[in-house]
Design a protein around this ligand. Sequence first.
Ligand code: HEC
Length: 127
Amino acid sequence: MVVCVFGRMAGVIALGFGLVICGNAMAGDAVKGQKLFKRCKACHYVDREKHKTGPHLVAVIGRAAGSLDDYKYSKAMKASGLVWDEKTLAAYLKAPKKFVKGTKMAFAGLKKDMDIADIIAYLKAAN
Ligand code: HEC
């Protein structure tokens, strides 16, 4: 039996199946994130440097927003001056159109902070 702290839910008891990432209070679960990434897959590859409707997300952590030369970003994304890290990704994925006004990413946003943390953990693990 493994006792972990998931986000703000302290003291969750997990029965030790699958990969459970413990320790850091806001650490996401990359395995859950992989499943949640289904919602991004229609528009993004994370495992090959090829674009779909959206730019590929290979090594997106640490990348400057709108910086891939062969992808046609919105002006808003190019001019955002953002660098993708846990904080900026979390804000963008929560409410894309609010955080980057004028982005052409047609995605409503993820409501749950824990889902966002899980997807970010997956993006990190995938790179
Ligand atoms: C309907 C298609 C669509 C879906 C679904 C979608 N995206 Fe996007 N995404 C885009 C487009 C288009 C852009 C380019 C935005 C721009 O230029 O304003 C983008 C941009 C991004 C960027 C910025 C990349 C860069 O190079 O600066 C990130 C990060 C991102 N998306 C992550 C995600 C994640 C994670 C999900 C799932 C939770 C997701 N997206 C779902 C279409 C989508």
